[in-house]
Ligand binder design. Structure first.
Ligand SMILES: [Zn+2]
Ligand SMILES: [Zn+2]
Length: 154
């Protein structure tokens, strides 16, 4: 009887100890889980930060690319403008002598009936030999020669 009781007591003690150990173990794994969770949280926060930084970099890159694109377009527009100005400068010459016409004097700006422009002396000389416009070949005579007044000419 006594032996049995002692056996039960020691069994109880053993069970108790096992329970305590189990509880301790559980608490340990709980703490580990908490630690892991905390680590995970840090990792997620870091990831978010990294992602944010990446977004910022991407935004900056896009801005830079937009700027480059704008610059490129401006450059293109400038090139077109320069070409147009060159063309205008080229067109603002007497097509007979290739010199620019003058506001006054013998090479002043005149037009024919067809609308084409020349230096006066050049077209008068030309019309003495041929009664056609040197550009469009429409009939032109001396009395068709009209002075053209530019707005900025005094
Ligand atoms: Zn001329
Ligand atoms: Zn003409």
């Amino acid at each position: 009887m006594f032996k049995r009781r002692a056996g039960i007591r020691s069994l109880k003690r053993m069970l108790k100890m096992e329970l305590v150990e189990e509880l301790l173990e559980e608490r340990k794994t709980g703490e580990q889980k908490d630690k892991q969770l905390a680590k995970l949280k840090i990792t997620i926060e870091d990831l978010d930060k990294l992602r944010q930084e990446e977004d910022e970099i991407n935004n900056k890159l896009e801005e830079e690319m937009d700027k480059q694109q704008l610059l490129h377009e401006q450059l293109q527009a400038n090139k077109i403008l320069t070409k147009q100005l060159e063309k205008i400068a080229l067109e603002n010459r007497c097509s007979i002598c290739l010199f620019p016409w003058e506001a006054n004097n013998y090479h002043r700006l005149v037009s024919l009936k067809c609308g084409h422009l020349f230096g006066e002396m050049c077209i008068r000389t030309h019309l003495q030999q041929s009664n056609i416009c040197p550009i469009c070949r429409k009939i032109a005579v001396g009395r068709d020669v009209r002075r053209v007044l530019l707005n900025h000419t005094p």
